[in-house]
Design a protein around this ligand. Structure first.
Ligand code: ADP
Length: 261
């Protein structure tokens, strides 16, 4: 801007400069707070599985190794801990890319019916362990094509279906349905009849690292990043995600996608 000698304009410019700087500082403060909180959460999340692995390995080295049965059991547990670490690191990588806006969507036409089926195939064994039936109505025998990033939508489906199994009840069901909406959209619903979510927690579900059960006592406990990854992916597509849940009755997570002829 040209330098002015007019007092009134000068005062205005100085004031504007001060406000801009103040805003800039506020933004930096918020970012710094975010970074600090994020790092705190990350180390907290990594600690539990790391200590688990360390514990089993030290016990083995201290002599437990000599017993063949114990050796196998402890090595398997240590492996589980490492597996969990890998999942957490992968989720962290994904969430930081998504939050920095560092993700390019590769949009293309694909059949969402096939994608649901392939995620079911991948998770069938996990569901079997809790005797949970994965249901997808036979009426979906013809293709429903959408226009989206297939790999990312696979992750969305996988996270939601995995949650419905983790928080579902033994002998329960997980049901996926697809419906047409107006404006060339479809809505995909993933419903379970599991533990449900108390009302007060619902607004916080999509926050990263948020978990209803913080104790970490449950063995299935993930990183608390799954749903925030899901929300980011859906919003990056310009679509919407919804949740409805009744405590002790079950939950339904649903999201919209753009249809492709
Ligand atoms: P996590 O790794 O803990 O599963 P998510 O971000 O996927 O993290 O989910 C956050 C929290 O939301 C979970 O810890 C759980 O308390 C709750 N939640 C998610 N999906 C369901 C569901 N289908 N039924 C009940 N609670 C759920």
């Amino acid at each position: 801007q040209p330098i002015t000698t007019d007092m009134e304009t000068l005062t205005k410019q100085v004031k504007k400069f001060a406000t801009d700087k103040k805003l800039e500082i506020e933004t930096l403060k918020v970012r710094e707070e975010y970074r600090r909180e994020f790092l705190g959460n990350v180390s907290h999340e990594l600690k539990t599985p790391l200590f688990t692995v360390q514990g089993y390995l030290s016990t083995l080295l201290d002599g437990a190794m000599d017993d063949k049965k114990i050796r196998k059991k402890y090595l398997e547990r240590a492996e589980k801990g490492v597996e969990r670490l890998v999942y957490i690191v992968e989720d962290l990588d994904m969430i930081s890319k998504l939050e920095m806006g560092d993700v390019n969507l590769e949009l293309k036409k694909f059949n969402i019916v096939d994608l649901v089926q392939s995620v079911f195939d991948l998770l069938e064994m996990t569901a079997d362990k809790k005797n949970i039936i994965l249901m997808f109505d036979r009426k979906y025998n013809k293709a429903i094509n959408v226009f989206a990033d297939q790999e990312k939508i696979q992750q969305v489906l996988s996270n939601l279906i995995m949650n419905s199994i983790k928080y579902g009840k033994e002998n329960g069901t997980t049901e996926v349905t697809i419906e047409d909406l107006v404006n060339e959209k479809i809505i995909v619903r993933v419903r379970d009849n599991g533990e449900g979510i108390e009302k007060q927690y619902i607004p916080r579900l999509f926050e990263r690292f948020f978990r209803v059960d913080k104790s970490g006592a449950r063995s299935e406990g993930g990183s608390g990043l799954g749903l925030s990854i899901v929300k980011h992916i859906i919003e990056a597509h310009g679509e919407k995600i919804y949740v409805e849940s009744e405590f002790r009755k079950g939950s339904e997570f649903s999201f919209t996608l753009e249809k492709h002829q």
